[in-house]
Design a protein around this ligand. Structure first.
Ligand SMILES: [Zn+2]
Ligand SMILES: [Zn+2]
Length: 570
């Protein structure tokens, strides 16, 4: 478990203790411990002995942290000597539901979980008890729905990890499953999936099917694989089950098909419904092609049969039909990374290590963009520290002449719609990313005004993670995208595709819209460690293609001279 996870769980435990009547001291201790862990620089290794030496946590907290680090969240929570149900934590994730209100609901109406809360809302028990103000009551069904959506969201790396572990397990347990691959929304790189979907070829052994059912799989009907197909030839069975991984339950879907029809089934199960329908319709035109598709050796062959250029997995959605991937952003076209953090703010590694890795990756330029002074939590740089960093970068430029190091900042767009460094400082930097990190609950009007102010600043080059979402934790804030895109285009400001897999912000839907508004883009890693630099390689071009980005609109595909010219004039 990482720093964020430990801090989050300690905070949750503090809330649980705050529910009781005489546990205030423990509640406070856990809250303080959560803040301590949250403020640790990223490069501090989370080991219980080192933490104890430094912070001398009280015994129950020490034990909790040790359990979190060795056995995970569930084990740590179950070991707590508390007498309230752990499911109350679900309720406290709703906005406005602190320990006081949740405790009252629990004691007066015996509401222990999100489900209980929903039932009490439906049968009028809550309304009758007059515990919640009218406005909160009205919002509640929507808030419960949104929370459920957030809890179901599976990010790409998490989903792929669960898929890999599951594939290995299936191979070991069921020798009659021959080839097993990831498919569905995970394969087409959707920023959020809600199911882990796998495709397996199977030799038809009926005992395997019985075994799978004995082990908790149930048989489902899936229209994408059976709809309008010659069912006798295309022996498809779809099975579902819930799997546990890292303290979390994931819905798993496995499609079993005959080895001959694997390629066709992979095409059909990877894409969305519109894509599957499109393929079916084209095949239905010609019975001979239909039969041939069931014997296709490779996915490419299926696309040849339907007279459509091969579609990369990430493009197999309604908007991707009839698109030509070769005109879109390609991995090899990226020439540099323009958003990353070093140990000077909240990164894990020194600038030099970041530079060395960028050289190894074959980049011709990079920008160091540590946080600005107000962002305490991320050890934002004061003007003095920024100037010292400038000297360090000057020395590194001498040492590594093979790459151009731009000295930049990720300047905070403050709550009052001003920037966190004054114009003089910003003008002295090579590169400026401007982002919102605070006051994200402001109204759409206020947030739009903040972004517009940054876009209109003569010193800002990129708007970082423009909608602020954190998959599974925080939704995108609502802003007036038409105005943002128009202003970005008018002021020649690039909008970011932030490749942190928990952000992937802008989402492909907005990227496609911003493309239509003729905006420029920067596809960045927002790396906080050397390892994070790989995000750009892992997600940048695929998500960029999902957003229909073309290379000429992505500023970090440009030659250095072009980029510098743009920086000088934009
Ligand atoms: Zn940021
Ligand atoms: Zn950043």
């Amino acid at each position: 478990m990482d720093k964020r996870g430990v801090a989050r769980t300690l905070r949750a435990i503090s809330s649980l203790y705050a529910l009781g009547h005489d546990e205030e001291k423990l509640a406070l201790q856990y809250k303080k411990a959560a803040d301590t862990i949250r403020r640790l620089p990223v490069h501090v290794q989370l080991g219980i002995d080192e933490l104890q030496k430094q912070f001398h946590f009280e015994e129950p907290i020490r034990q909790t942290i040790e359990l979190l680090l060795t056995k995970g969240r569930k084990a740590a929570l179950l070991a707590l000597p508390i007498d309230v149900p752990l499911s109350l934590l679900e309720i406290m994730e709703l906005p406005g539901f602190g320990p006081k209100l949740t405790g009252r609901l629990y004691r007066t109406l015996h509401i222990c979980s999100l489900r209980d809360l929903e039932i009490a809302l439906n049968n009028g028990k809550i309304q009758f008890a007059r515990i919640l103000p009218e406005s909160q009551l009205q919002q509640l069904p929507m808030e419960i729905y949104k929370l459920r959506q957030r809890n179901r969201a599976i990010s790409i790396p998490t989903g792929r990890e669960v898929a890999a572990v599951t594939i290995e397990h299936l191979h070991r347990t069921y020798p009659h499953l021959l080839r097993i691959e990831m498919t569905g929304s995970l394969r087409r790189m959707c920023p959020i999936s809600t199911t882990i979907e796998l495709l397996a070829s199977w030799d038809g052994d009926t005992e395997t099917l019985a075994q799978l059912q004995m082990n908790g799989f149930s048989i489902q009907h899936d229209t994408r694989t059976t709809n309008q197909m010659i069912e006798s030839e295309f022996t498809a069975v779809t099975l579902t089950k819930e799997v546990e991984h890292d303290d979390r339950t994931f819905p798993l879907t496995v499609h079993l098909v005959s080895p001959e029809s694997f390629a066709l089934a992979w095409v059909l199960t990877t894409g969305d419904d519109a894509h599957a329908k499109f393929v079916h319709n084209r095949l239905n035109i010609d019975p001979q092609k239909q039969v041939a598709s069931l014997r296709a050796q490779h996915e490419e062959e299926v696309y040849q049969l339907i007279d459509h250029p091969y579609l990369l997995p990430e493009m197999r959605e309604q908007w991707g039909l009839h698109q030509e991937a070769r005109k879109l952003l390609q991995e090899g076209q990226i020439k540099g990374d323009l958003h990353m953090h070093s140990r000077d703010s909240d990164g894990a590694d020194p600038i030099e290590a970041m530079v060395q890795r960028c050289i190894e990756k074959g980049y011709t330029y990079l920008a160091i963009t540590d946080h600005s002074q107000s962002l305490d939590i991320a050890h934002g740089l004061t003007v003095d520290r920024l100037l010292r960093q400038r000297e360090e970068i000057a020395a590194l430029r001498e040492k590594y002449p093979q790459i151009t190091i731009l000295h930049g900042t990720e300047v905070d767009i403050l709550a009052d719609a001003t920037l966190d460094f004054d114009d003089l400082i910003l003008a002295s930097l090579d590169f400026v990313v401007a982002s919102i990190h605070t006051a994200m609950t402001q109204s759409a009007n206020e947030l739009t005004a903040r972004l517009l102010y940054a876009i209109e600043s003569p010193h800002v080059d990129i708007i970082g993670h423009p909608t602020g979402r954190m998959l599974g934790h925080r939704e995108s804030y609502s802003v007036d995208f038409d105005r943002i895109f128009a202003a970005a285009e008018h002021n020649h400001i690039a909008l970011e595709l932030n490749c942190n897999p928990n952000r992937l912000d802008l989402d492909p839907i907005w990227l496609r819209q911003a493309m239509e508004s003729h905006c420029l883009f920067a596809v960045d890693s927002d790396a906080h460690s050397v390892r994070d630099l790989e995000r750009l390689t892992l997600y940048g071009s695929a998500i960029g293609r999902k957003g229909l980005l073309t290379p000429e609109r992505v500023i970090n595909t440009w030659e250095l001279s072009h980029l510098l010219q743009w920086l000088a004039t934009s």
